[in-house]
Design a protein around this ligand. Structure first.
Ligand SMILES: Cc1ncc(COP(=O)(O)O)c(C=O)c1O
Length: 491
């Protein structure tokens, strides 16, 4: 039987996390998922469901399928439809009838209340709007163009592509990346120095298996805790480099004992947002040359710059001292698990030894498809389209804040898929609690701070604006504005 799973986790804007995992037709699976959400209380009575077209686009199914599912659930009493008011979750009855047993996914009658008639504590509020950083708009994955590339790539693939692979990755992809990265990011490389991997996190794991990052490694004083914990679990101690408006204070690298590598996000500091200024770039490279050290350049969103021409890669300054890391996680999808390392020549063999011959990690079809996608111009077109899309979202975020929270400063908006909202001192925790009550998933700046950082903590929220489905973005912004601390009133 064909696998009936559709990409599992999807946020349905107004109120729902849907998983179309049930076997059978898409209509049946959608109906089951909606019934379940209503029964759970995740879709509260009177919640307006998204229009057919939006939900169909979000789930990658036909519009008629959604229309049929809604119609049938109206007949069953789960939903109601009124002219001009859209399709809504049916109101709960005044007093829920006693129930002998909880209904199974397909057997249950219409809902009996927000908790579906269950006894026991109410479930914790479920986030409705996803404003977490580092996530692209999943509904904008270029399905048609990707499929066309996959077809072409599979048709053209030589037989040997299906044999044991080169541990560096497919040559087609490494060639395409070498050209693309040189053209768009100013990276200096040839295909022989590129190693394909399963994204940035995989690259960090592989590099941790070499001696390159030991015993201690400098990281920016704000950065993903996940990356620090990957390094920690490999026995590598991280040392925070202070940050200011010009990026990490790389001039201080020489003063850090036992540090042989520095991880930086030069194009767009994650998460605070600025580029590493030219003097600081030069200082990082000078330190690496003089000390025999290595700069790891995490170029996670380098293509998404809105206000100026892209800031080129530091790697172009010295390909022997800067190891460049990129992935499709923000440009296409984190689910592809596809990334690349551009290595200094003298490090290729050691890295391949760490990678090993037998553990591939990245499937050949995705590699060949990405190679075609880049070479056919599909990747450029997609990035250009998404840059406009995300640029519009960024403008809407800035406009909403200017209108409803003019006292909150927005930083880091010249690039990327997230912004930092600078909050008055001491208000970050209460803003996060207010956000949870508004059922918003977002991060506070504090969670990114290195535990040993010496610079004073800045209260702030890190707001990703790419992930919410289009139909619920305005609602997400409204909820965000409601969660922000009030401005001081003049006395
Ligand atoms: C700072 C940073 N680096 C790298 C990545 C990419 O990580 P990965 O390629 O492991 O998905 C992200 C997320 O997209 C990120 O936020």
């Amino acid at each position: 039987m064909a696998d009936s799973r559709v990409n599992s986790a999807r946020i349905l804007g107004s109120d729902l996390h849907l998983e179309l995992t049930r076997a059978g037709s898409r209509r049946t699976a959608l109906m089951a998922a909606l019934r379940e959400a209503i029964r759970d209380g995740r879709l509260a009575p009177d919640t307006r469901l998204p229009p057919y077209r939006s939900l169909a686009a979000d789930l990658g199914i036909a519009r008629n399928t959604v229309a049929d599912a809604y119609a049938e659930l109206i007949t069953e009493g789960w939903l109601t439809a009124r002219q001009g008011s859209g399709t809504r979750v049916a109101p709960r009855p005044a007093s829920p009838p006693p129930r002998r047993r909880a209904p199974g996914p397909e057997r249950g009658g219409p809902p009996t209340g927000a908790t579906g008639g269950r006894r026991g504590p109410r479930p914790a509020p479920y986030p409705v709007h996803n404003l977490l950083p580092g996530q692209p708009d999943a509904a904008s994955f270029p399905r048609t163009a990707w499929l066309a590339s996959a077809r072409r790539a599979l048709t053209a693939a030589p037989h040997e592509a299906f044999g044991p692979g080169d541990p560096r990755g497919r040559p087609e992809l490494r060639r395409a990346l070498a050209d693309y990265l040189a053209r768009v990011r100013g990276v200096r490389t040839d295909p022989g120095r590129i190693v394909v991997c399963a994204g940035f996190a995989h690259a960090v794991r592989l590099l941790s298996d070499t001696r390159l990052l030991r015993p201690r490694m400098a990281v920016e004083s704000y950065g993903p805790a996940f990356h620090r914990s990957l390094l920690r679990s490999a026995g590598i101690r991280t040392v925070p480099l202070p940050l200011d408006a010009d990026g990490a204070l790389t001039e201080g690298l020489a003063d850090l004992d036992g540090v042989r590598a520095a991880l930086l996000t030069p194009a767009h500091q994650f998460p605070t947002g600025g580029p590493l200024r030219p003097g600081r770039r030069a200082a990082a490279v000078a330190w690496a040359r003089e000390s025999g050290g290595l700069v790891l350049e995490d170029d996670y969103d380098g293509e998404f710059r809105y206000d100026r021409r892209p800031v080129g890669a530091v790697q172009g300054l010295d390909p022997d001292r800067v190891l460049y890391l990129g992935s499709v996680s923000e440009s296409l999808s984190p689910a592809l698990r596809l990334g690349w390392m551009v290595l200094p020549d003298h490090l290729v063999d050691g890295l391949l030894a760490a990678k090993g011959e037998h553990e591939g990690w990245t499937g050949v079809l995705d590699q060949l498809t990405l190679a075609d996608f880049i070479e056919s111009g599909g990747y450029d077109r997609h990035v250009r389209r998404m840059r406009q899309h995300y640029g519009r979202r960024r403008d809407r975020l800035v406009a909403a804040l200017a209108e409803h929270a003019p006292h909150v400063r927005v930083a880091g908006i010249a690039a990327g898929l997230h912004a930092v909202l600078e909050l008055p001192p001491g208000t970050e925790r209460s803003a996060l609690r207010a956000a949870a009550r508004q059922r918003l998933a977002l991060d506070g700046l504090g969670g990114y701070r290195h535990p040993d950082a010496t610079t004073p903590h800045r209260d702030g929220l890190v707001v990703g604006y790419a992930a919410p489905p289009e139909h619920s973005f305005t609602e997400a912004l409204d909820a965000l504005c409601r969660a922000l601390p009030p401005g001081r009133t003049a006395t």
